[in-house]
Design a protein around this ligand. Sequence first.
Ligand code: DGT
Ligand code: CA
Length: 370
Amino acid sequence: MISHIDLDYFYAQCEEVRNPDLRKRPVVVCVYSGRDGDSGVVSTSNYNARRLGVTSGMPIKMAKSKFTKSEIDPVFLPVDLDYYRQFSTAAMEIIQVSCDIFEHVGIDECYIDISRASDSNYMKSAAIVNYIQNKVYSKTNLTCSIGVGPNKLVAKIASNIRKPNAITVVNPSDVKAFMRRCKIEEIPGVGPKKKLRLEALGIRSVKELGEIDLFRLKEVFGYKIGSYLHNAANGIDDSPLKPNHHNKQIGNIVTLKHDITNSEEASPVLMSLCTHVYNILIRREQAYRTVNLILILHNLSQFNASRTLKLISSSLDKLQQIAIELLADIIRVHSLSFNNIRRIGITLSDLSGHSGQNTITRYFAEETKV
Ligand code: DGT
Ligand code: CA
């Protein structure tokens, strides 16, 4: 049983969390090209802006034109990826410790396998994803949409079909009917070009796609895509989850807001980085053996130093002490100047003692006991 989890209007929702007053207004997050004030494209927008026709990839000028008659002033903001990544890491960590197998597929989406946690019971699966949805919200203030199905394809379509803050569970016996209700462009990989090519073959619905002669599809789209489309129309997908090796390391990197000139000024940044990765470590019920520090300079050159302990540790004090020593080592060995540092990152690896494998099963076991 697979679930696909997708954070809603991700960049724009992060901006709403940063400034809750934005919730009432249209929020458009943009990639500015830097050529002139309005050159660039929309990355994403909140639902207030989407209702007026703003879409991802739209030129900023065109997005602005959608608000000429709007009573509420829209807010146009530049993408702040470092900030959004913190939300992504926090949300993915929460999801990851709640399941057996986890595949992170984009900044705001992942697949999880909940077969074991739910005993392959679809009623139970709804309770599990509801628990995850609430937990993500309580820790990050972000809503997400979740799909559950017998494979990745159905789970992904299901998470996309109702948004925001929705859960859509598709039972195996309903897969065919569910697929037939979908629009052809809701099949992942069917964009405007493929849609046109399918129309040229007389295929306008998922039903027609599922019923067309497979050889004809393969002739037009090639073996791989032809088979994919045919299977997808029937809700068939046997692609496995590809677990990320997130459990193997925990890292975080920050961009300095101001130049620093000495180790005293670097210290609070290191402390907060250490605390961040340490909190993840503790949440996962793990311990570390290796600490790696990375420095990225203004000219983008990178320097690393790492320390492997004789014994595993779960001490925050020790981690902070090692981080300070590693920073001093890099500065000394490479004769660097503090004010050239642009970004600092810390990674913990050689992790062990992972027992958070099935928080969800435990949670439900405890619930049942009560
Ligand atoms: P959703 O999932 O429909 O509620 O909305 P989003 O905004 O989460 O969209 P999604 O999941 O396709 O993409 C995740 C983030 O990736 C989104 O918040 C901003 C970025 N993104 C999406 N599409 C584009 C695009 O066409 N251009 C650029 N620059 N960024 C994009
Ligand atoms: Ca999303």
